[in-house]
Design a protein around this ligand. Structure first.
Ligand code: ADP
Length: 180
């Protein structure tokens, strides 16, 4: 879909292979690497990434920090920490929204034009997929409607289920069938 000259794409695949300016990592507070997409990014980037991460002093939930991409095709990695799902009444929606916003703000600061996101918090952190997907798409859409150097956002879905969910919701949200 296009918002003037902006593009939001949904693809199924491995985020470590994306040839964009920045990929987003669904990290944990320590920024010391972990399982899931975090582990895949550290393996693909090489050990220099962990060395840089260790200099950053961790990252608060809902915040984001940027490093170089080292052996990745992407020049930058933006590490964000999504909320752990604890039933939905513990600020999870707001914290997940903040993750997307902080990543996009950092991308803007670094003059990044193409950025790829994984489905933050929907793996080990247990955030319900549909609810997380609505938040992801809504926040990206509203950011791209502003004056920004970001031209392309790619949602990289690892599973078929996640891909289907993004495909369905993106159409509904961008056509206004779902009001957000
Ligand atoms: P979190 O702890 O934030 O839930 P996870 O890494 O467990 O992070 O999962 C977040 C999402 O990333 C899940 O939808 C998972 O399927 C997906 N994922 C795992 N590996 C990759 C990868 N290599 N590329 C893109 N997405 C991935």
């Amino acid at each position: 879909m296009n918002l003037a000259n902006k593009q939001i794409l949904v693809v199924q695949g491995d985020i470590t292979q994306q040839g964009v300016d920045a990929i987003v990592n669904a990290a944990n507070n320590s920024l010391q690497g972990g399982a899931g997409v975090d582990g895949a990014i550290h393996r693909a980037a090489g050990e220099e990434l962990l060395k840089e991460c260790l200099t950053l002093g961790g990252c608060a939930t809902g915040d984001a920090k940027i490093t170089k991409g080292y052996n990745l095709p992407a020049k930058w990695v933006i590490h964000t920490v999504g909320p752990v799902w604890r039933g939905g009444n513990n600020g999870e929606d707001e914290l997940l929204t903040q993750c997307y916003r902080r990543c996009l703000e950092l991308a803007q600061e670094y003059q990044i034009s193409r950025i790829a996101f994984p489905a933050i918090s929907t793996g080990a952190y247990g955030f319900p997929l549909e609810r997380a997907t609505k938040i992801a798409i809504t926040e990206v859409k509203s950011f791209l409607e502003k004056d920004t150097c970001i031209e392309q956002v790619i949602f990289v879905c690892f599973s078929q289920e996640s891909y289907n969910c993004y495909q369905q919701l993106i159409k509904k949200i961008l056509t206004g069938e779902i009001k957000t």
